[in-house]
Design a protein around this ligand. Sequence first.
Ligand code: SAM
Length: 507
Amino acid sequence: MPMPGLTTVLLAPRQNSSDAQDVRISEELGRHLVATRDFQPGDAILTEEPLVFAPKATADPEAFMPCVGCYKKVFTDMEERCPDCGWPVCSGNCPGLKDPQHHGAECQILSLRPECVLDDMADYYRHDALLPLRCLLLQKTDPDKWSRLMEMQSHMECRTPGTESYDEADEFIVQYLMNNFLNLLTTSEAKLDMKFIQNLSPELIHKICGIVDTNALEIRLGDGIELHAIYAKTSFMEHSCIPNTKHTFNVSNQGKNEFLKITIKAVVPIMKNNHVTTMYSHALWGTLARRQHLKDTKYFSCKCERCSDPTELGTYLSAMKCLGDGNNPCDGIHLPEDPLDDETDWACNKCSVKVNNSQVSMIISQMGEEVENVQMMNPSVPILESLLPNLMSQEILDRKIKMCKDLIFVTKTLDPGNARLSLYTAVLQHELHSALVAKSKKTNVDGTFKSVTEVKELLSEAKIALDEALSSLKDDVDESAGSKLHSVIKNSEKDFKDLCKKKDIYF
Ligand SMILES: C[S@@+](CC[C@H](N)C(=O)[O-])C[C@H]1O[C@@H](n2cnc3c(N)ncnc32)[C@H](O)[C@@H]1O
């Protein structure tokens, strides 16, 4: 339903009466999508090709980079280079090097600096600058896409000189492109056939950076390679912390216009006139972190149902244990009095202690650092487990079962349609199944054996958990992390069937 008190007018008449969504505009949301008919979970609402896409810088660009023609992982010590511009590639014959949809158009610009380097490669070859460059080139290569891109929101009113977003874009993208390539164009214009690029100003590149930061979607190809892409209609989707859609990308490089085609599917029932929503933030972050992230990167304050509820839909995801007043311990919990107020106090539900929002932010960032420190030690699961006494005691298995169930409640409540947390849910269901199976093999606390009925009950619950783990991954199997997890769970399913057969138990 349109949000209360929201003026919503139809922006563009539907081009095609079969369109499943209208683009509307409102004062609060800007352009957004509204369903023109009812959708059931799994129904496709929209599918489209990207206007433009490009590879992103990798996390370790000194070690490996994406090929600029086909986005395969290229180790930087391989020394394969594009014959014209010298950027690292999988092979000098990569078909994407001449294809204007990939490297073909930008190569003319990048070859203005034909020298190759082997040191400081991350600084010399900045892949993050390629999407803004490919956007800029649409002026010449596809004026229709260019005008659609230029209509997108850039938030330039907030990205003024001196702000972090402006200064970062200036240093890492605008100056990089101007100094290394675009300034050289004026002297080589005739040679380069770039006359149709009418505007190459730093201001325009800043606007493009704003459009990219506001609208681009990230696409993981696996192997540490990521792309980002901009979609004309998809980008109208508004944010909600409980989104009603999920999206998938076609990442197979076959079929010229199919590459990176996006499909938006309903994950819960969406009625005619409902807003079609997506998630710009992380579903497992607490309200404070999500709202701050949305404000910093997308320049709005989220007021969705989850953000407005201090308990986050009964999950208590952000709740903090009360430490008491220093003299008297307390087992209460702190929740924000008004989660939509950045200055809110957090009150305890049992005693009179209150903490303010900035203290809570500090505690959260300290805790984040502690978790990071543990992760930096790269502890293996067996090492972590060895810290636990009497590892697989019945008590610990019961604790694990309860913990899995509690966390499954959280992921299911925050993401009822498996739009964002499918991998988390699958891991939790899989762990729940392992704990139930382990428990079925254990003697009771008093040393007696479990009855056949007890074993059957535990294994029946384990089977449900395994089935749910596999079903929550059904849209993720084409993607690298999803497919790895899927094969691990499939192996467990085989072991589980063998165990049931041995025990003569059939479901
Ligand atoms: C990807 S664009 C969406 C299309 C945009 N509304 C437009 O008119 O071009 C993202 C921007 O839309 C606005 N927006 C999206 N979701 C919103 C929400 N839940 N509340 C307020 N503004 C929102 C914000 O300005 C945000 O930076």
